[in-house]
Design a protein around this ligand. Structure first.
Ligand SMILES: Cc1cc2nc3c(=O)[nH]c(=O)nc-3n(C[C@H](O)[C@H](O)[C@H](O)COP(=O)(O)O)c2cc1C
Length: 381
């Protein structure tokens, strides 16, 4: 199959990865309206073409939390990556390192921190959920510190999990899920060979190590549902601050008032995110939420944005709306599922080329030059 974009990787992943895992990544919560709007609201934003300004030195590099990034992009935390390619977290982290961007390891990764961190030289970013078991959180923070993780991404938009109806239909959950998964694997032989046989153990590495027994895919949703903590408040974050002295980023902010609270709390960054449309369906897309948040806190805190970014033009759009950098979710998951780490590397190259074209044709040589000036205000036309 010819691959020229992240959307091509989606089609390729759909062929290679069995439906229960493909739809786990591809789907969102409830009727998936927010999932769709994340993508369509972004692509509806018109870039403002400007010409004849000598764009011979376009440069996509930035500095973020004391680290050099080849472009304003980090790979978002995504659970169970090791079910998309053999030891998927290691492959994705190595691809990110080769392309000069951070990789964020999810709490619910297949490969534990101790397997991923030594596989690269660049420090990992580590994502933590708020869980009822504070012992687990403390243990995870200590292990992340010991493994040299640089930045903590603290996800706050999962006090309770949103229902993903697609998972019931795909075999991720629902009746006869085990037999359906076996049947699906049999007709996806590349995946069965690469992940099913050679990608073991398929357990949640970070959690299994802590609880001392294997938490597999089947226990995954159950464990998460039992352990998410609806009582979470800013107080819990203070507790975490005591265990973490590096940069701390709060992921899952969608409202300017919460963004101001994050500044008051003393966070180093926020991720404007609706979890890729996987939590509360009906909330604003990130692209629509971002401008008001940037108006409220830009300059006081680093603003990252995700949800719906499918190409380098979308990255430029998010930066123009007020983000300092972006996180990529499904775009790299599809590439990983389709071609492993090589796919992620290629996807990052594609993004960079797309960004460079968008920067050249909006006449912005540096990331710090990109502002709302790079967009056409359609309301005034
Ligand atoms: C399959 C999948 C698993 C995810 N797992 C996590 C996770 O473990 N922790 C987290 O903070 N966010 C998780 N997310 C959300 C992503 O970090 C990110 O916010 C989202 O994917 C961005 O939207 P996009 O996929 O449209 O780019 C997950 C997303 C997907 C698609």
């Amino acid at each position: 199959m010819i691959i020229s974009s992240a959307n091509d990787y989606r089609k390729a992943a759909k062929r290679r990865v069995p439906p229960f895992m493909f739809h786990y990544a591809d789907g969102g919560s409830y009727a998936e309206h927010t999932l769709q709007r994340n993508v369509s609201d972004l692509s509806d934003i018109a870039l403002r073409q400007r010409v004849l300004k000598d764009m011979s030195n376009v440069n996509t590099e930035i500095e973020l939390f004391g680290e050099k990034l080849s472009m304003p992009v980090a790979l978002a935390p995504v659970g169970a990556l090791g079910m998309y390619a053999r030891r998927g977290e290691v492959q994705a982290a190595q691809a990110a390192e080769k392309k000069g961007v951070p990789f964020t390891l999810s709490t619910v990764s297949i490969c534990p921190i101790e397997e991923v961190a030594p596989a690269i030289k660049r420090p990992l970013w580590f994502q933590l959920y708020v869980l009822k078991d504070r012992g687990f959180m403390k243990n995870a923070l200590e292990r992340a510190k010991a493994a040299g993780c640089s930045t903590l991404v603290f996800t706050v938009d999962m006090p309770t999990p949103g229902a993903r109806y697609r998972d019931m239909h795909s075999g991720m959950s629902g009746p006869y899920k085990e037999i359906r998964r076996v049947l699906q694997s049999m007709i996806h032989p590349f995946w069965a060979w690469d992940v099913g046989i050679h990608g073991k153990p398929h357990t949640l590495g970070n959690i299994s190590k802590y609880v001392g027994k294997e938490i597999g895919l089947d226990d995954y949703i159950g464990w998460l549902t039992e352990n998410f903590d609806p009582s979470i408040s800013w107080k819990d974050l203070e507790w975490i601050r005591e265990f973490w002295d590096g940069p701390m980023v709060i992921k899952g902010i969608l409202d300017p008032e919460d963004a101001k609270d994050a500044v008051r709390f003393g966070a180093d960054g926020i991720v404007v995110s609706n979890h890729g449309g996987r939590q509360l369906d009906g909330v604003l897309s990130s692209a629509r939420a971002l401008p008001a948040i940037a108006d409220a806190v830009k300059g006081d805190i680093k603003i990252l944005a995700d949800s719906g970014i499918r190409n380098g033009l979308d990255v430029v759009r998010m930066i123009a709306l007020g983000a300092d950098a972006c996180m990529l979710g499904r775009s790299f998951v599809y590439a990983l599922g389709a071609e492993g780490g090589a796919g992620v590397e290629n996807m990052l190259d594609i993004f960079k080329k797309e960004m460079r074209v968008a920067m050249t044709l909006t006449s912005n040589e540096k990331i710090s030059n990109i502002s709302r000036d790079a967009l056409v205000d359609l309301s005034k036309l």
